[in-house]
Design a protein around this ligand. Sequence first.
Ligand SMILES: Cc1ncc(COP(=O)(O)O)c(C=O)c1O
Length: 389
Amino acid sequence: MIFSERIRYPFELNELSKLIEVKDKNNLINLAESNPTKAGIIYEHKILNYFFKNDNLKYYPDPKGIKEAREAVLDYYKLKGVFISLEDIFLTSGTSEAYSFIFKILCDPLDNILIPFPGYPLFDYLSSLELVKTKHYRLEYFHNSGWKIDFDSIVQSIDKKTKAIVLINPNNPTGSYVSDEDKRKIIDIAKKNDIAIIADEVFFDYNIDDKVYHSFAGNKDCLTFVLSGISKILALPQMKLSWIVVSGEEKIKREAIDRLELVSDTFLSVSIPIQNALKDFFLAGEIIKKNIIERIKENYLYIKECVKDSPIRLLDTSGGWSTVIELPRILSEEEWVKKLLMEENCLVYPGYFFDFEREAFCSISLIVEKDILIRGIKSIENILQKYQI
Ligand SMILES: Cc1ncc(COP(=O)(O)O)c(C=O)c1O
């Protein structure tokens, strides 16, 4: 066969995607919308002015990204009380690219990385494109204390080919952060087994429960890569700018940086105008972020209020852009989600998209406009009423 095995053909749309294809998108009550530029968020026009700079006519390639842009990232961490060095920062054109760079420097074909279940579904693609395998560890939900990492499942999954453990902090779609205590345990496991930590903190600033959590950035105890970017923290996914912060014991960190530099120098993918605008984006983005934090808190409370005397159960969510509801298991996830779509024109994502261990869960975006949320929750109530035994 002429083509690589890493991409499996034919590409089949899943059942739900086929149904969505034929729906009238304009009338869809989209509770799965996670694109902030489609969620009625106000972006000031002045953001576009940041591109009118003479410097944008010059090209100064730097595999790490230009100094001024990395300074903006450094300042972002300084405000969190995290002190890193400019030399530890790499700009990339998205978090997916950041993952691919890290997988390239850590993994040979068929090595594996550990990912959380439930979790972000893009990992299967990101890893298989790099010929890397994924193994999973569990997050378990407890009614009185929320999501917890199952540490036994981490230890059991680690083998000789494991190169890294991925933490999504807070996780998508469960909205659970890594507590300080769990952070310590993860670092100990990583050190003991000589594996790296990859902490994806794209949603870190969207805290709902107002507890204090700490970034993995600057962790010196083992090789650590922290990923973030402006697609989420400033709600500017169209600008395509993310970063990696490398830390660890000095010698291994140095080696990781040298290797990342080589990969990044091969692509040099982040455009100069975006890098030149980053400092200004951070200033302008504060208000966007503040508005989204207000919206996700308000939306979460609204759902909580709506479901309190209903058979719908809202799971504890500490942060991020999504939450999870559990529906009675009189129907399967697939059946609930299809009925909602076909009979109420309302889209939610089923738990199996994110590898929930059991049914029937649905993920709901918290960044949607309030009127969409109100109509969506009403649709869920309607469908429950119709099919409750
Ligand atoms: C956990 C997580 N990481 C990364 C991304 C993608 O980020 P980017 O747009 O920077 O590639 C997403 C997108 O939803 C995500 O959920």
